[in-house]
Design a protein. Structure first.
Length: 316
């Protein structure tokens, strides 16, 4: 068994070397003043299905940071420690920037607290520092489970990140440039750090079959819960949309029409991310294109402005 484990660990190290890329936060800022509620013109369903990101990510990514910070003392590999710190900086920035979009939605008469308080409860109470309902789980096992959950969610953020970088349908539809830049900057950083939570889980998640089984368990929990939260969130936003003329409720037909126009990711692309993740030899460095992500970050107005601000601060 230990021979197998050594081989897996060696594979992971090689994967990380191959994928070695400095990870750090970019201190971006977005001005939402001119972004309309339906930021994909005449496409309320696609707009709100994507808007679910803003409902889930402020609390979700804050929670990622807390879980990885809790696990950081267990990381003995210095390169992985650097990656984890960079990951935490990126996710903290994502969380803050998406929370500003929630403020913008509220200013446009679409308040979201009636939904987000459930998301807060999920991440802060159910998945908090101690297991809920007095579950008889050791501290270490609870941390490992939550790391497996973060790694499974990161599988989807990498897939969505790569999709949004390729989603020319959004450009064709005249989607708001500020929102597109937020989504693509975030998507590119998700591709950039796609392996970090997985590597952290592998590093801290124990050994052998138990480690693999818990990784699978993370995905078995995450995939249906995420699908349900998304459906619920899209339904909430469409039902509470104050602009006249929109659909009365979320419909699968309207969703599928948006997929056909390239405004939302194809179901198959999302679904296939799951069996891939179940492969025992799987590593997220296989997901998406790091080159495409880096190219976008070099061109992103927000990332360029952030780099300029850092450069100016360094010179002064
Ligand atoms: Fe993120
Ligand atoms: Fe992420």
């Amino acid at each position: 068994m230990s021979g197998y484990r050594d081989r897996i660990d060696l594979d992971l190290d090689l994967d990380r070397d191959r994928d070695r890329h400095p990870i750090g936060p970019r201190r971006v800022a977005f001005d939402w003043k001119t972004t309309p509620l339906h930021w994909i013109p005449d496409e309320p369903t696609a707009t709100h299905v994507i808007n679910v990101l803003h409902l889930l990510l402020p609390a979700g990514e804050r929670w990622f940071v807390r879980v990885l910070k809790e696990g950081l003392p267990l990381v003995t590999d210095p390169e992985l420690r650097d990656d984890v710190k960079g990951f935490m900086g990126q996710e903290a920035t994502h969380s803050v920037q998406h929370s500003y979009v929630l403020d913008h939605l509220a200013e446009q008469r679409l308040p979201t607290q009636a939904y987000t308080r459930h998301v807060d409860f999920l991440f802060e109470k159910l998945l908090g520092e101690s297991p809920p309902f007095g579950m008889p789980v050791t501290e270490r096992e609870w941390l490992r489970f939550r790391l497996a959950v973060v790694a499974a969610i990161e599988q989807f953020t990498a897939v969505l990140g790569d999709w949004v970088l390729r989603a020319e349908g959004l450009d064709r539809a005249g989607a708001d440039e500020i929102m597109l830049d937020l989504l693509r900057w975030h998507g590119a950083e998700e591709v950039e750090h796609r392996s970090v939570a997985f590597d952290m889980y592998q590093h801290c998640g124990g050994v052998g079959l138990a480690r693999y089984a818990r990784r699978v368990e993370g995905m078995v929990v995450v995939a249906p819960v995420l699908a349900w939260l998304w459906l619920w969130g899209a339904s909430y936003l469409i039902r509470n949309d104050p602009e006249p003329g929109g659909p009365p409720r979320y419909s699968l037909g309207a969703h599928n029409r948006a997929v056909a126009k390239g405004l939302l990711p194809p179901w198959r692309e999302l679904g296939m991310a799951i069996p891939r993740y179940f492969r025992r030899s799987y590593h997220p460095s296989q997901e998406g294109s790091l080159r495409r992500a880096v190219e976008y970050l070099a061109a992103s107005p927000a990332a360029r402005a952030a780099a300029g601000a850092v450069g100016r601060a360094a010179m002064s």
